[in-house]
Design a protein around this ligand. Structure first.
Ligand SMILES: *[C@@H]1O[C@H](CO)[C@@H](O)[C@H](O)[C@H]1NC(C)=O
Ligand SMILES: *[C@@H]1O[C@H](CO)[C@@H](O)[C@H](O)[C@H]1NC(C)=O
Ligand SMILES: *[C@@H]1O[C@H](CO)[C@@H](O)[C@H](O)[C@H]1NC(C)=O
Length: 388
C-alpha cells in the first residue's frame, strides 16, 4: 500500500477510535441530552401489529372507521386509536414526518421511511392476519430494491426528479432506525387456541423467527434496531372480559395474572435474544425497550395520573352487547357504540388499543431511554454500547 493511503488509513482509524471514545464518554450522563451526539436518523422503518399500524389495515382490507382519530387527525387516519400512536411520537421525537404505510397506493411519502406494521400481525405465520412478520420483511425487501431501481432511473444526471423527493434515499437504508413492536398477537392467538402452558412453550420458536427477521434486515445493511417488548396483554379490558377467571387469577389492577406472566416470560427471552444479537453482531446497535413496564406503571397509577379505571374503555362495547368501535346498534332501547366524552382520561381506547393520552405517556417514558437496555434515548440509539 502506498504511504499516502496508509497515512490516510491511520488517520481514519485514529478518528474512529476518538469518536468511539467520545461516544462512550458522553454516554455516562444519561437523559439523551448529549450535545452533538444526536444520531440524526433520516428514516424509520417499522414492523409490527395494530399498536403501530398507521394505515395498513385500511389500505389492505377495510377502512378503520370514525371516531378513530377524533382527538388528533380529525379522521381515522388508519389508526386504531383516537389519535397518535407511540410510533407517531417516535416520528415527532426524531423530527420526522409520520410514517406512510407501505400498502397505501395514494398520498404516500417514503422519503423518511415506511411502515410495514399491520393490525393483527404476529411474528409467526398462521395467526389472525396474513401479514405476519415474514411477509412484512418480504415487503421491505421489495420496497428497498424498487426504491434503488426507481431512484437511479429518476436521476440520470444527478438531477432531482419530481418524484424523487418522495422516495427513500438508497444510502439511508444503512443509517435508518429499524423499529419492531410485534409479538402480542402470537400470544393472543395462542391464548385463544391453546393453553397458557402451550403458549409459554412456543416462545422460543416465536423468538427464533423474530431473530431471523431482524437478521434479514441486518443482511440488507440495517444497523440500528429499536426493539419494543410486549405489553401486559392481561391488562387489556377485552382479555379481562373474555378470560374465564378462576379465583386468584386477577391482580390488584384488574389484570389477568397468568397472561401477564406469559408476556413477562416472552420479554425475558426477548431480552436474552437481543443481548445475543448484540454479542454476535458488533457492527450493529440493538436497543431493547421495556414497553411492558411503562404500560403497567401507567395502569397501576391510573388514578394518581388522572385517568379513569384502567378497565374502562372509550369506544365500542363488550359488555351486554358486543359492538366494535366505529359501529352503533340499538338493543332494547339502549344505544351501544357511542364513544365516551372524556377520551383523554381513558387509558384504553377500544378495549384492545391504547388511547392517544396513554400512548403519549408511554412514549414519554420509553423514548428517553430510562426503560431501555442500554439506557440511551431514541435519538442516541446509534451509539455502540461501552463494551465495543
Ligand atoms: C424519562 O422520562 C420520565 C418521564 O418524564 C422520567 O420520569 C424519567 O426520570 C426520565 N429519565 C431520564 C433518564 O431522563
Ligand atoms: C418464520 O417461520 C416460518 C415457518 O414457521 C417461515 O415460513 C418464515 O419464513 C419465518 N420468517 C422469518 C422472517 O424468518
Ligand atoms: C334484550 O331483551 C331481551 C328480552 O328481554 C333479552 O333476552 C336480551 O338479553 C336483551 N339484550 C340486551 C343486550 O340487553
Amino acid at each position: 500500500m502506498d504511504p499516502v493511503k496508509l497515512l490516510g488509513l491511520v488517520v481514519l482509524l485514529a478518528l474512529c477510535i476518538l469518536c468511539q471514545l467520545t461516544a462512550v464518554h458522553g454516554g455516562g450522563d444519561g437523559g439523551g441530552v448529549g450535545i452533538g451526539r444526536g444520531c440524526k436518523f433520516s428514516a424509520v422503518y417499522n414492523f409490527g401489529d395494530s399498536n403501530s399500524d398507521t394505515g395498513a389495515i385500511s389500505a389492505a382490507l377495510l377502512e378503520v372507521l370514525p371516531p378513530n382519530g377524533e382527538s388528533f387527525f380529525g379522521n381515522p387516519a388508519g389508526r386504531f386509536c383516537d389519535g397518535r400512536l407511540v410510533l407517531d411520537f417516535i416520528a415527532e421525537e426524531l423530527k420526522l414526518p409520520y410514517l406512510s404505510p407501505y400498502l397505501d397506493s395514494l398520498g404516500t411519502n417514503f422519503r423518511h421511511g415506511a411502515n410495514f406494521a399491520t393490525g393483527g400481525s404476529s411474528i409467526r405465520p398462521g395467526g389472525f392476519s396474513p401479514f405476519h412478520l415474514g411477509i412484512q420483511i418480504n415487503q421491505f425487501l421489495r420496497f428497498k430494491s424498487l426504491t434503488k431501481a426507481l431512484y437511479n432511473q429518476l436521476t440520470p444526471n444527478g438531477k432531482r426528479g419530481p418524484s424523487k423527493g418522495k422516495l427513500s434515499r438508497p444510502e439511508d437504508f444503512s443509517k435508518a432506525l429499524y423499529t419492531f413492536d410485534i409479538g402480542q398477537n402470537d400470544l393472543a392467538f395462542g391464548f385463544q387456541h391453546t393453553t397458557e402452558e402451550q403458549v409459554t412453550a412456543s416462545i422460543p420458536d416465536i423468538l427464533a423467527n423474530l431473530s431471523q427477521a431482524i437478521l434479514k434486515v441486518y443482511e440488507e445493511g440495517g444497523r440500528f434496531f429499536w426493539i419494543h417488548n410486549t405489553g401486559p396483554i392481561g391488562c387489556l379490558p377485552y382479555n379481562v372480559i373474555y378470560y374465564k377467571s378462576k379465583p386468584g387469577t386477577i391482580d390488584e389492577n384488574g389484570c389477568v395474572k397468568p397472561q401477564n406472566a406469559v408476556a413477562q416470560e416472552f420479554n425475558r427471552q426477548l431480552k436474552d435474544m437481543v443481548l445475543k444479537l448484540r454479542g454476535e453482531h458488533p457492527l450493529a446497535v440493538f436497543t431493547y425497550v421495556d414497553v411492558y413496564s411503562a404500560k403497567y406503571a401507567l395502569i397501576s397509577h391510573a388514578k394518581d395520573l388522572g385517568f379513569v379505571d384502567p378497565m374502562e374503555f372509550c369506544c365500542g362495547s363488550f359488555y351486554g352487547y358486543h359492538i366494535d368501535c366505529g359501529k352503533k346498534a340499538t338493543v332494547n332501547g339502549t344505544v351501544y357504540g357511542n364513544p365516551c366524552t372524556d377520551t383523554a382520561r381513558h387509558i384504553s381506547w377500544d378495549g384492545i388499543h391504547y388511547s392517544q393520552a396513554a400512548n403519549m405517556w408511554i412514549a414519554h417514558h420509553i423514548l428517553n431511554g430510562s426503560l431501555s437496555d442500554p439506557s440511551v434515548s431514541i435519538g442516541e440509539a446509534c451509539h455502540y454500547p461501552k463494551h465495543v
